[in-house]
Design a protein around this ligand. Structure first.
Ligand SMILES: [Mg+2]
Length: 470
């Protein structure tokens, strides 16, 4: 339960990164029939480049208009400290001027030089239909930016951003519900209770409509409209997250519904990321998520760390500066038979680009040319609340090492963190405990034979290995 600010931050990062991950994973399956994701990946692909495959005009891991529009909204909020329609409009129009894909309603609206009257223009141009999912898919930053204020202000901001391009009341109702759910997840509250509260606050006719759509008994087979509409898109995303046991299952089932798969994946990813936090999102997905878009001042590129910083900024936190490690340690082989290596960041950055790299700290882009890599979100601080879910991050790192070794037993797998001391030892010891059936002490004794940087000062890591790992 995210009751502490550092845990809330990781759930907020989860919401933003989760939305981008769902978008990028779903992009290759957009406008196709359901079930294709599961058909392509009957089992999770833990090694290689994972399930980020791209397709059409999309690179592997590249997110689409859903995330672009949300990032433009986030950066406008951060720059203007409020919703400034004129500023946001210039950002959206700059993006649309070179975008690979723009939704129909949004395209009609952004044809207008000013936001004034644009939504009504788009509604008319589109034959009086404007209940698309375009204002929902970009809404996640609103819930983060307004987290410290009252729910009423959050909902008002969501409705205001929705009205800029979308004319139908259903759009504004959808973003109101979505905002309440993401907010509750980040705050550690029950997002389905918050959903019921948001529905209860709607106009009576809308209330009955949404109550039926978002009821726990609803299934995608009952949908009356396609998932390009706000109604079915939100209903499918809520259904996927409600019936899943983790982030991975939420997004997989959402994308498997087909049609507007990237947008349903994006909305489900925002809810699941808020609910379970960034450490619950598989690193084989987060590592590769990226995108670029035109802004009024030129093109900007985004990667996993950039998304983390935007989420932090929306909560009012300062950026976490990147510092290179001062010494050079490794790569040093730590296993007699298997090509497993340990290093600090500076040592690791010298590794050949055909090595697989498991990073447990920020890398400053040092491994961008490594085709096979993982960036695992793990904080080396000593309080229980410093990591929202260290067990999940650890399990991800260990499973990645095993999968990468199994895939190519001759390819080195390099595990590193900033100093090579604490996180590297945490993960390598956990791997050895699983592989050999060792205790923590036995794994420690093995690792220090070859890697003298090991230290055991982090009491949370020691507790996780002792109580949650064997
Ligand atoms: Mg899209």
């Amino acid at each position: 339960m995210p009751t502490h600010p550092s845990i809330q931050t990781q759930h907020a990062i989860g919401a933003l990164v989760g939305s981008a991950v769902g978008d990028a994973l779903g992009a290759p399956f957009e406008f196709q029939h359901g079930g294709l994701y599961s058909a392509r990946f009957p089992q999770p692909v833990l090694g290689g480049r994972g399930e980020m495959i791209g397709g059409g005009s999309w690179e592997a891991g590249e997110f689409t208009d859903d995330t672009h529009m949300g990032l433009a909204l986030a950066e406008s909020l951060l720059t203007r400290s409020a919703l400034d329609p004129a500023d946001l409009w210039s950002r959206w129009r700059a993006w649309a001027s070179t975008a690979k894909d723009v939704g129909i309603l949004t395209h009609h609206a952004l044809a207008c030089a000013s936001h004034e009257g644009a939504a009504a223009h788009a509604h008319t141009t589109n034959g009086g239909k404007s209940a698309g999912n375009g204002s929902l898919m970009r809404n996640t930053p609103v819930a983060l930016f307004t987290l410290r204020g009252p729910l009423e202000s959050a909902v008002a901001l969501a409705r205001a951003q929705s009205r800029l391009t979308h004319h139908d009341d259903a759009n504004h109702e959808g973003v109101a519900i979505h905002t309440a759910m993401v907010r509750a997840g980040v705050l550690g509250e029950d997002m389905f209770v918050a959903m019921d509260g948001a529905i209860a606050a709607l106009h009576p006719i809308a209330r009955e409509h949404w109550r039926a759509l978002l009821d726990s008994s609803w299934t995608p087979a009952q949908a009356k409209f396609g998932n390009g509409t706000v109604w079915t898109c939100l209903a499918q995303a809520v259904w996927a997250v409600r019936h899943a046991s983790d982030f991975e299952e939420s997004v997989r089932t959402a994308i498997d519904l087909g049609d507007d798969a990237d947008t349903v994946g994006c909305v489900a990813g925002s809810l699941a990321g808020a609910r379970w936090g960034v450490q619950a999102i598989p690193s084989r997905w987060t590592t590769y998520v990226h995108g670029a878009m035109q802004t009024p001042t030129g093109e900007r590129r985004y990667d996993y760390v950039a998304l983390q910083e935007i989420a932090r900024g929306l909560l009012g936190h300062k950026p976490v500066p990147f510092t290179p490690s001062d010494a050079e340690g490794g790569p040093t082989r730590v296993h007699a038979d298997l090509p497993i290596y340990a290093a600090d960041l500076t040592g690791a950055s010298k590794a050949p680009t055909d090595w697989a790299v498991v990073s447990l700290c920020r890398t400053g882009g040092a491994f961008a040319r490594h085709a096979v890599r993982r960036e695992v979100f793990l904080i080396d601080q000593y309080e229980e609340h410093d990591n929202a879910n260290p067990r999940a991050a650890l399990a991800d790192a260990v499973a990645s090492i095993d999968a990468l070794l199994a895939e190519d037993p001759t390819r080195p797998v390099l595990v590193h963190c900033h100093g090579g001391h604490s996180r590297t030892a945490f993960v390598l010891k956990a791997w050895a405990m699983r592989r050999k059936g060792w205790s923590q002490d036995e794994a420690h004794a093995w690792l220090v034979q070859s890697w003298d940087r090991v230290h055991t000062k982090n009491p949370v890591f020691a507790r996780v290995l002792r109580e949650e790992w064997r």
